[in-house]
Design a protein around this ligand. Structure first.
Ligand code: AMP
Length: 332
């Protein structure tokens, strides 16, 4: 079976964009691949979170991914810092990563601009740690968005460089996972681009929030002045609302509102009420499960332990060979 690796940023609560854009893909992968999904808590240290915030965020995403259906028996869902082999390989791979190439990485250039006062060495070597996350499980595939393609290319480069340096064929070249069909992009409620946590208040609908909060956000979603003449094109705001409807409403219901827009009889208030109720039908049972899982310390501990054991088994297998290849041979 082929191996897939994907990281999860511990950024707190998950929203609809995360669900349709990431979690649903993970649910498919765990059925068909040898899957490693890790919560990237070591990566997040570059932003200097407090210990409480870090642990709270890791706990939240762990509980949410489990509640949404990731099954510790089917995949390896693990916390990055539970696998010390990762930091060990990171140390070795850093010796063969060059300043010039690291400085050229788009994500580093971006961070230099956005966090001028915290340009730490961890940011510079971020692509090395990302490469290690993938190489340590000898992954065949990594699901990546456009902005991550450069990191995957660097991963191949670091793996190949290691192979050449020691004259071995050890690390395979990971490929971008190609999804059949279009990648889903879930729009936000503020009418600007995709749904995101940082998109401002009211942009994202989170699973772990109360029904009334969700209803209010949707009722306040940006619309326009309404269709001025029959069959006029949808403005960006309205197109976004229809995109959201297509994710959660029955096709016939969406069609009813498309037709109402076309003949100018649409009432945005009704449309949003419909959207809110259908969204809550999807969200409510998942939210109940998130709250159950979050309160179940024993289950969280068991899931994290199973994940760590699976990941360490694979990582330690790789590291035994890496140490031999490098020339760290035991005298005892
Ligand atoms: P982030 O919240 O930026 O850490 O993203 C976590 C995962 O969710 C990534 O795989 C993103 O591609 C996915 N994701 C986040 N927001 C959206 C969105 N609005 N539409 C589709 N996918 C998303």
């Amino acid at each position: 079976m082929q191996t897939v690796v994907s990281g999860i940023r511990p950024t707190g609560k998950l929203h609809l964009g995360n669900y349709f854009g990431a979690v649903k893909n993970f649910l498919m992968m765990q059925e068909n691949y040898n899957s490693y999904f890790f919560i990237a808590d070591i990566h997040s240290l570059t932003t200097h979170p407090t210990p409480e915030d870090l642990h709270g965020s890791v706990r939240q995403v762990l509980a949410e991914y489990l509640a949404m259906g990731l099954d510790p028996e089917k995949c390896a869902l693990f916390i990055q810092s539970d696998v010390p082999e990762i930091t060990e390989l990171y140390t070795y791979m850093n010796m063969n990563a060059y300043l010039g190439e690291l400085e050229r990485s788009a994500s580093f250039k971006d961070k230099i601009r956005t966090q001028k006062n915290n340009v730490n060495a961890g940011l510079l070597t971020y692509p090395v740690l990302m490469a290690v996350d993938i190489l340590i499980h000898k992954a065949d595939f990594v699901p990546v968005g456009k902005d991550q393609e450069q990191h995957l290319e660097m991963t191949r480069q670091f793996g190949n460089r290691f192979n050449r340096m020691y004259d071995v064929e050890f690390f395979p070249e990971p490929q971008a996972f190609s999804f059949t069909g279009e990648l889903v992009k879930v729009p936000g409620l503020t009418g600007q681009g995709k749904m995101s946590k940082s998109g401002g208040a009211g942009d994202a609908v989170f699973f772990d929030e109360d029904d009334d909060v969700t209803r209010k956000k949707i009722m306040r979603a940006k619309t326009d002045a309404g269709p001025q003449e029959p069959n006029s094109p949808h403005s960006e705001e309205i197109a976004n609302l229809f995109d959201l409807m297509r994710l959660v409403c029955e096709e016939s219901v969406v069609q009813q509102y498309v037709d109402a827009y076309a003949d100018c009889s649409i009432r945005y208030g009704d449309m949003k009420k419909q959207l809110a109720e259908d969204m809550l039908t999807l969200i409510a049972p998942i939210r109940e499960r998130i709250r159950e899982v979050k309160a179940d310390d024993a289950y969280l501990a068991k899931a994290a332990k199973i994940g760590a054991e699976k990941a360490r088994e694979s990582a330690s297998r790789t590291m035994r060979e890496v140490r031999e290849i490098i020339g760290f041979k035991k005298f005892y």
